[in-house]
Design a protein around this ligand. Structure first.
Ligand SMILES: Cc1cc2nc3c(=O)[nH]c(=O)nc-3n(C[C@H](O)[C@H](O)[C@H](O)COP(=O)(O)OP(=O)(O)OC[C@H]3O[C@@H](n4cnc5c(N)ncnc54)[C@H](O)[C@@H]3O)c2cc1C
Length: 505
């Protein structure tokens, strides 16, 4: 059943242009109703071999069985935004790094694929405001609690309770997906998990929501904003939902995949028996059925640059790469409505891995021996050219990341722009190597968020619409499972499993 929530009216009317012109497109499964003993799809195409695309292949294989041919098209490297870099003979994560202990799809993937978890212990954290540290973690748990209590009162405890409540509701997705429920829009999915609260969290900034709830401005600026800066390169103006995901990413017991997170993507391709086709998809052309009355379906022809691949017509297409301006650069031809014409942009973040000696005096520290921090977060200060700097441990070890600042080590610096030579010389007393990666990393969040559609056409789906709720590996995995279920139910007209309200958690 499709609801008409006032809050979501804006989003509905935004996609409504296409919905009303195409009754067979979204909620209206009328087109499919005439179809009963339908054979499974013969060919499925997935564009993008990041965690989203590869997880989609895995789940689509589960849904449609072994007969369908699944092809994954990838322009760059398997893993996409999950990538590593080698510095001084060791490999480090340079894209998506940490995974929350309650990210159950990621957990399940590594179990199924025989991969291993690597604990990510970030060591001692400090918050730097451009002049001094407003908080420095000490080795004593009790001292940390007292320091935080003294400076922020009960803000931190309240935040922990708030986050736990959100995580609890969010975890319903695993139960619903296990029961094979699917959602046609990101708002339907969020609403099923957290009701109006989750929807409204995408419509206001984290600052608005927390200040309204009585948190202090000091706590906002000195604790919440630094976490937004390290995790999303942005500030307290991200949506409250992104804020909650980001703050959850600062909780303990985070983990990563031993050997590199991208190994999950490679493993999922193999487990799905999917074919990886190297090459850029330049166009998707809709090949309409000769007549709707004949109960045949649209198919899609993919044009691929630099590939001698011969099978290019598909029954189902999953686009698992951002379609925003200057991203996947795919042209959509012969569709009755514009596709992929979304507003908003992706946010630039530069990740630089530097092997060297941190220049401790840069952080207003005179005595090197007193400096024990491993992760430096920053508050918003126009003078600061970095969002964060943190010590790294190589991908193959599960050790405490406690480096001595008197010895050279690998540090990851996040900054909005590539670091200049002058900035590197300010930040490091000396360094022997560096590796820099500029990402269009995640959406630039500016609530109220408008979600791109999941269903782009009959049997063409868009995975990265979920990133506009929050970008994370697990979010892509959840979107992948949702699309596999949705594609399956729509193919076989199982309407009772789509957009159901009042699901029992
Ligand atoms: C610096 C950074 C840090 C992050 N930290 C974390 C973190 O700690 N934890 C976390 O959970 N998440 C983190 N994220 C977010 C996370 O990495 C992403 O949300 C997730 O990897 C997105 O996966 P995806 O498969 O949806 O997209 P992508 O990984 O972007 O995959 C899309 C793929 O499509 C390919 N492609 C694009 N266009 C075409 C085309 N036309 N034809 C063929 N192929 C095409 C691309 O090459 C790419 O491989 C971080 C991201 C960045 C950049």
């Amino acid at each position: 059943m499709v609801r008409t929530l006032a809050l979501r009216g804006g989003i509905r009317s935004w996609v409504g242009v296409h919905v009303h012109n195409n009754p067979w497109w979204t909620g209206g499964l009328r087109y499919f109703n005439a179809e009963s003993d339908k054979s499974p799809p013969k060919r499925i195409a997935i564009v993008g071999a990041g965690i989203g695309g590869t997880a989609a292949a895995y789940f689509l294989r589960q849904q449609f069985g072994k007969c369908a041919q699944i092809d994954i098209f990838e322009n760059g490297k398997v893993g996409g935004r999950l990538a590593t870099t080698t510095v001084e003979g060791n490999e480090y994560e340079v894209g998506g790094t940490v995974i929350h202990p309650r990210n159950l799809h990621m957990k399940d993937f590594i179990r199924q694929l025989g991969l291993k978890e690597r604990q990510v212990n970030i060591g001692r954290v400090g918050i730097y405001n451009g002049e001094k540290f407003t908080f420095e973690e000490s080795s004593s748990f009790l001292i940390n609690v007292l320091k935080l209590q003294w400076r922020y009162g009960f803000n931190l405890i309240r935040l922990k309770i708030w986050l736990n409540g959100i995580l609890e509701k969010f975890s319903r997705i695993y139960h619903y997906q296990h029961q094979e429920y699917a959602f046609t829009t990101v708002e339907e999915l969020l609403h099923a998990l957290g009701g109006d609260e989750f929807i409204s969290m995408t419509q206001a900034t984290v600052e608005e929501v927390l200040l309204k709830a009585g948190y202090s401005q000091k706590f906002m600026d000195e604790m919440v904003t630094p976490v937004m800066r390290i995790n999303y390169g942005q500030n307290k103006n991200v949506s409250a939902f992104v804020g909650a995901v980001s703050l959850a990413g600062a909780q303990p017991n985070l983990w990563a995949v031993e050997g590199g997170n991208w190994l999950v993507c490679q493993g999922l391709i193999n487990a799905a028996s999917a074919e990886l086709v190297q090459g850029r998809v330049t166009a998707v052309e809709c090949q309409s059925p000769p007549s709707r009355a004949e109960k045949t379906f649209s198919s899609y022809k993919l044009d691929i640059e630099k590939s001698d691949f011969s099978y290019s017509v598909y029954d189902i297409v999953v686009l698992a790469a951002p379609l925003h301006k200057n991203m996947a650069n795919i042209s959509f031809q012969n569709f009755s409505h514009p596709v992929g014409d979304f507003s908003g942009k992706y946010h630039q973040t530069v990740a630089t891995v530097v092997y060297g000696l941190l220049n401790v005096p840069f952080f207003s520290y005179k005595n090197l021996n007193e400096f024990t921090l491993n992760e430096i977060l920053t508050t918003e200060n126009p003078k600061l050219f970095i969002s964060s700097v943190g010590a790294l441990s190589p991908l193959n070890v599960s050790v405490d990341c406690k480096v001595k600042v008197t010895e050279p080590a690998a540090w990851k610096v996040f900054s909005p722009e590539p670091l200049t030579q002058e900035q590197l010389d300010l930040l490091f007393a000396s360094y022997s190597s560096k590796s820099e990666r500029t990402w269009l990393a995640y959406p630039h969040y500016a609530p109220p968020e408008i979600f791109p559609p999941i269903i782009l056409h009959d049997n063409m789906y868009y995975l990265n619409s979920i990133e506009w709720a929050a970008s994370a590996m697990e979010m892509s995995a959840i979107a992948a499972r949702n699309i596999a279920l949705l594609a399956h139910h729509r193919w076989y007209q199982k309407t009772d499993k789509i957009d159901q309200e009042n699901l029992k958690a």
